[in-house]
Design a binder for this molecule. Structure first.
Ligand SMILES: [Zn+2]
Length: 329
């Protein structure tokens, strides 16, 4: 209980709490003191003093004084224990988007601490430090995010709701390279690519937020659509900044609408896999795009390749450019 109280007071200073509740004050004679009308009783001349350094209040009108919890007891008519619960709810960051942002920052910081993460990026041909930074690529080692976010004041319940922590209480993403997915400048999901074997791709529950980096790609009159984030990253690295990614060949309705938001040419650079599923999906999508007035072109990569492996196996920007130029309508 004492620990909790200390934490709450550190996270939510009395003066901040009062100002959040529309208390207006002016600096008093002493440096860290503020004075204003007393919120606890009606008055016309300010007699309510707050010492911001000591985190205490005193009212010369009604004689009440104490700390944040005492103020909540008096103003909300709650018991000590009820006040503590009330403050816990008030001071806990409750926004899932902020929690995702914090998680992404945390993962980004881990990237250099785990050589296996950098090694994996190298293996996948992603080596430009500026691009890795721009894409906010991170690494989830597993087993440390939950502790970090709880210490930041996020509730266990919120972490479960975002999917960052699974129902058993463990970090949902472990031993994965992380790419944040953004929409309108906010992180809405995290993509985790396993650096090991099983379950290669993982997202958190909820929306992936449309086509990847659409805000920057939408201005191009021609767009390259790829299946995976490593395809996108290698293309960006090679200078094809008009590439976007749909995470698989089946576009959501939102993603489809984004592609069709103006007349443009869309190059479909899907995997050329042995069973033909990538190319089949590309043909189906090309047909749908045509009915919306979009010019689709299918990029014919060598058999067995996707854009990522094309570059990994020695393909260069000039060769990819000639694939674009030769792409059938
Ligand atoms: Zn008073």
């Amino acid at each position: 209980m004492g620990e909790d109280l200390k934490k709450i007071k550190e996270r939510l200073p009395l003066l901040d709490y009062l100002q959040q509740h529309n208390w207006t004050a002016r600096p008093a004679a002493h440096g860290s003191e503020f004075v204003g009308l007393c919120p606890l009783h009606p008055e016309t001349r300010p007699s309510f003093y707050v010492n911001a350094r000591k985190n205490l209040f005193y009212c010369h009108g009604c004689g009440q004084g104490g700390d944040l919890i005492r103020f909540v007891e008096l103003s909300q008519h709650l018991s000590f224990r009820q006040s503590l619960t009330y403050l816990e709810q008030q001071s806990t960051p409750a926004d899932p988007a902020t929690a995702l942002g914090q998680a992404a920052t945390f993962y980004q910081r881990q990237l250099d601490r785990y050589p296996e993460a950098r090694r994996y990026l190298e293996q996948r041909g992603l080596h430009d430090p500026a691009l890795i930074e721009e894409l906010q690529v991170g690494y989830a080692p597993g087993g440390s995010l939950r502790r970090h976010l709880l210490a930041q004041g996020y509730s266990f319940d919120l972490l479960q709701r975002t999917g960052l922590v699974n129902p058993q209480g463990h970090d949902a993403l472990y031993q994965r390279v992380i790419f944040p997915c953004c929409q309108d400048g906010r992180i809405v999901n995290l993509y985790g690519r396993s650096t090991g074997g099983a379950f290669a791709h993982r997202f958190l529950p909820g929306s992936k937020g449309g086509l990847f980096a659409w805000e920057s790609v939408r201005h191009f009159p021609t767009v390259i659509l790829v299946e995976g984030l490593f395809d996108l990253a290698t293309l960006w690295q090679a200078g094809f900044r008009h590439a976007t990614c749909s995470w698989g060949t089946h576009l959501t309705l939102d993603q489809f609408r984004q592609l069709c938001d103006r007349p443009r040419t869309v190059y479909l650079a899907f995997d050329v896999d042995a069973n033909g599923s990538g190319q089949q999906a590309a043909q189906g999508l090309a047909h749908r795009l045509r009915t919306e007035g979009i010019t689709p072109r299918r990029v014919l990569l060598p058999p067995g390749h996707d854009p990522n492996s094309f570059f990994l196996q020695g393909g260069d920007a000039r060769q990819f450019q000639s694939l674009l130029e030769g792409a059938p309508l």
